[in-house]
Design a protein around this ligand. Structure first.
Ligand code: K1U
Ligand code: ZN
Length: 179
């Protein structure tokens, strides 16, 4: 089991655009997916995009089940249909820890994607799965959910997380000095 470091907003690497996966069924892709799933379950979260672990390829893992045993791996996902009706969901993000806020998105989506072996599949999603797929696909396009919020809220969130980051860096430097 390998846990990957999750980038924290406002890290500029969260705004990189991910490239499509071109080689399927490789050990490298299998390991990336396994490590991403371990990282998501450990966090804990219900989704994770490769962008968040500084890998800029179109790979997403999601498990919205209560039993944490229904992992879905989406490689090169594309939304082929989105409903006219919208829903507002209080979203969270492992890259924006401790912040939850309402985002309006299409309530239902159809997604086409590939599994690790390169086999195509489609998913009809609603509820949290639909929210999570759209949130993770935004990550692959370099977009973080706070960009849907007002500039005032976004700047407050940015300042809070930057302050926390400075505190963590100071603590790490102190711990290093004690060694
Ligand atoms: O960082 C991420 O992209 C994952 C994110 C996914 C998400 C959740 C809710 C709405 C939209 C997108 C999370 O998993 S945040 C953590 C979270 O929702 C959660 C944590 C523990 C138990 C259950 C949920
Ligand atoms: Zn996120």
């Amino acid at each position: 089991m390998a846990l990957l470091k999750i980038l924290r907003y406002p890290d500029p690497r969260l705004h990189k655009i991910a490239k499509p996966v071109t080689e399927f069924g490789t050990e490298r892709l299998r390991k990336l997916v396994a490590d991403m799933a371990d990282t998501m379950y450990d966090a804990p979260g219900v989704g994770l995009a490769a962008t968040q672990v500084d890998v800029h390829e179109r790979v997403i893992v999601i498990d919205v089940s209560e039993t944490h045993d229904q992992l879905i791996v989406f490689i090169n996902p594309e939304i082929t249909w989105a409903s006219e009706d919208k829903q507002v969901y209080d979203e969270g993000c492992l890259s924006v820890p401790g912040i939850y806020d309402g985002v309006e998105r299409p309530a239902k989506v159809k997604v086409r994607a590939y599994d690790v072996e390169g086999k195509e599949f489609t998913v009809d999603a609603d509820g949290l799965l639909a929210v999570c797929i759209q949130h993770e696909m935004d990550h692959l396009m370099g977009k973080v959910f706070v960009e849907y919020l007002s500039p005032l809220k976004r700047n407050r969130i940015k300042a809070k997380l930057q302050k926390e980051e400075r505190g963590m860096e100071r603590e790490a430097a102190r711990a290093g000095g004690r060694r």
